[in-house]
Design a protein around this ligand. Structure first.
Ligand code: PDD
Length: 281
C-alpha cells in the first residue's frame, strides 16, 4: 500500500509525520472521507468544497489547488489499485514546536492521503441486517459543523456502543433532540411516510451523503422534511437509518435494546440506496 505525505508517495508502513505535528498535539486539523465506486469518487466536488469550508473556519490555508489535490487523490487511488473503497485525506496546521498560538506564517500544512479497498460483501451484510445503536448524551463542542480530527467524544461513543453489544451511537441533546450518529447523520421515516432529518445549520456535521440523499429522495417523489425530532419520535418511526460516505443508507433496527418497527430494515432506505449512485456524481 502507498500513502501520500507532504508531496511524496511513500510505502504505507513507512508513512509518517513529525512528532510535533499540530494534528497530533492539538487535533488542529481537518479531514474528509470519500467513497470510491467502480473507480469513481462519489461526490468529490462537494467533499472538496466542505474541506475548503473546514479549512477557512479554522483559518488554515488550502494546501494546494483543487486541481492539484484532485490529481493527487486519483494518483493515490491508482497506486493502491482502489476500484471500490475509500480514501482518507487529512490536513493539519503543520509541524512546529508545541505552542498553542498558530505557528509562524509560512509553516507548511501537513497533508496526508491514504486509500483502501473495501469488501462489498461486508457492506451488503450491514445493509441487509441493519445495525444496533445506543443513544448517548451530546457532549461535543458546538462547532461539530467543522470536520476536524478532534473526534474523541465520537471515539468514546463508538467504543461504548461496541461494549454494549451495538455497532454505533447517536448523540441526543439535553432537550431530547436527536443530533447525529458518531460518524453519520440520522434519518427517520415517520408513520405518515415522511422522510425527516434534522437541519444542518448547526449542531451537526452537514453530511455530503445527507445533501445528495435529499436530491435522491426528491427524485423518487418522497417528501423530505428538515426539522428537529426527539428520541421518542425516532423510537416510534417506521424506519431509522444513517447516512455517511462509508454507509450510504444504513438501516438501524434496534435502539437502546428496543426494535425499530418490526426490527427489520425498511423498504424506503433500501430503495433510496438503490437509486443513490444514479444521482451522486
Ligand atoms: N464521518 N456526522 C459525523 C459526525 C461524521 O463523522 C460524518 C462522516 C457524517 C456524515 O458525513 P458524510 O455524509 O459527508 O460522510 C456525519 C466519516 C465517514 C468518518 O469520520 O469516517
Amino acid at each position: 500500500r502507498i500513502a501520500y505525505v507532504n508531496g511524496q508517495y511513500v510505502r504505507h508502513s513507512e508513512a509518517a509525520v513529525h512528532v510535533e505535528d499540530r494534528g497530533f498535539q492539538f487535533a488542529d486539523g481537518v479531514y474528509e472521507v470519500c467513497e470510491v465506486r467502480h473507480g469513481m469518487i462519489v461526490d468529490l466536488t462537494r467533499h472538496l468544497s466542505r474541506l475548503d469550508r473546514s479549512l477557512s473556519e479554522l483559518r488554515m490555508a488550502a494546501p494546494m489547488s483543487r486541481a492539484a489535490l484532485t490529481f493527487v487523490i486519483r494518483e493515490v487511488l491508482r497506486r493502491n489499485r482502489v476500484k471500490n473503497g475509500i480514501f482518507y485525506m487529512q490536513v493539519t496546521r503543520g509541524a512546529a514546536r508545541r505552542d498553542h498560538y498558530f505557528p509562524a506564517e509560512g509553516t507548511p500544512p501537513t497533508i496526508t492521503i491514504t486509500a483502501k479497498s473495501t469488501d462489498p460483501s461486508a457492506a451488503a451484510k450491514k445493509y441487509a441486517n441493519g445495525i444496533k445503536v445506543i443513544t448517548l448524551p451530546e457532549n461535543r463542542w458546538d462547532r461539530v459543523d467543522i470536520k476536524t480530527v478532534g473526534l474523541l467524544p465520537n471515539v468514546l461513543a463508538k467504543q461504548q456502543a461496541k461494549e454494549a453489544g451495538a455497532q454505533d451511537a447517536i448523540f441526543i441533546d439535553r432537550d431530547g433532540i436527536v443530533m447525529e450518529g458518531a460518524s453519520s447523520n440520522v434519518w427517520i421515516v415517520t408513520p405518515d411516510g415522511e422522510l425527516v432529518t434534522r437541519p444542518a445549520e448547526h449542531g451537526i456535521l452537514k453530511g455530503i451523503t445527507r445533501t445528495t440523499l435529499i436530491d435522491v429522495a426528491k427524485k423518487l417523489g418522497l417528501k423530505v422534511v428538515e426539522r428537529e425530532f426527539k428520541t421518542e419520535e425516532m423510537l416510534a418511526a417506521r424506519e431509522v437509518f444513517f447516512t455517511s460516505a462509508t454507509g450510504i443508507c444504513v438501516p438501524i433496527v434496534e435502539i437502546d435494546g428496543k426494535p425499530v418497527a418490526n426490527g427489520h430494515p425498511g423498504t424506503v432506505s433500501s430503495s433510496i440506496r438503490d437509486t443513490f449512485f444514479d444521482v451522486a456524481e
